[in-house]
Design a protein around this ligand. Structure first.
Ligand code: BT5
Length: 267
């Protein structure tokens, strides 16, 4: 059976200096994040990518399951930025911005960013990001940024019933399959260029662009944080990646983790 992602083809045409210089491909792994961590422990350099056709234990945040059938882009990239552990959240914004821009430029889709780690098309999740890191003392040793994009996936047949209302794929949105190689290449190039800009100019330009694709800002939203439920107006996302919420009683709260859903769209 031919592999669904022709990595050689991508590497030949890739216009990056660092990202994807080393690409490890497998038909099936437990999780590309775990694989990338193993590679990082073995000394793999910054920009090394682990990519798989399917994941048997794809993970979301808080140990949640990430469904990873064949036809998706499931990859993780090793980064070694000079950041404090609390700042690595910025790489999640960088990665979701890279996905949103790639989908806009390559597929012509109105992809949107959603706090804290999603990319949506037509209000449904097409991509999730999972960043994990290893620290040594107060310093970041490496960060693994995992990106999952539902590409050529039949949502009805290949994702579980409970996700049919909330998830989508590029194939479902475009009505046709798209080249995994083009998407993989486009995404690595976009991620590298945003990463370079992040290292040189800081987080603000990334955040400004990310916010320009975030349609939940200015909406009434609900944020679930474990057992706590917060409702309010999504005012902003600040330079620390925190969601700034104006609660019903008028107080303003910065929220660092949670799951956001939009209750009332702005008019
Ligand atoms: C995420 O977590 O969205 C992070 C997903 C990261 C996946 C990538 S794939 C490559 C790398 N290797 C890994 O093992 N992971 C990364 P979170 O925000 O916690 O969302 C998880 C929730 O999304 C689940 O509880 C489901 O409700 C939903 N979900 C699961 N699979 C999905 C899919 N394929 N498409 C859309 N939604 C999905």
């Amino acid at each position: 059976m031919p592999a669904t992602i022709k990595v050689d083809k991508v590497q030949e045409s890739l216009k990056t200096k660092l990202f994807g210089k080393y690409i490890f491909f497998s038909r099936e792994v437990s999780s590309t994040n775990d694989w990338a961590k193993e590679l990082a422990e073995l000394g793999a350099p910054e920009g090394t990518v682990a990519i798989a056709e399917t994941q048997t234990s794809g993970r979301g945040r808080l140990g949640r399951r990430w469904h990873s059938p064949k036809g998706g882009l499931w990859l993780s990239i090793i980064l070694k930025p000079n950041l404090k552990p609390s700042e690595t959240v910025k790489l999640v914004f960088l990665a979701s911005l890279a996905v949103a821009e790639t989908l806009r430029e390559l597929c012509g889709l109105k992809a949107e960013t959603k706090w804290p780690n999603d990319v949506l098309v037509d209000g449904r999740k097409v991509c999730g990001i999972l960043s994990e890191m290893k620290t040594v003392g107060e310093k970041v040793d490496y960060v693994v940024v995992g990106v999952g994009v539902n590409v050529n996936i039949n949502v009805e047949k290949e994702l579980p019933p409970e996700l049919r209302e909330t998830a989508t794929s590029l194939k479902a949105m475009l009505g046709k399959e798209i080249s995994m190689e083009n998407l993989f290449k486009g995404l690595l190039e976009k991620m590298e260029s945003l990463y370079q800009s992040f290292l040189m100019e800081g987080f603000n330009p990334i955040l400004v662009k990310w916010k320009s694709y975030a349609s939940f800002l200015g909406c009434e939203v609900e944020v679930l944080q474990g057992n706590e439920r917060l409702e309010g107006l999504a005012l902003d996302v600040d330079g620390d990646g925190a969601l700034v919420l104006k609660l019903k009683d008028g107080t303003v709260r910065r929220v660092f983790v949670g799951d956001l859903s939009v209750k009332i769209k702005r008019i």
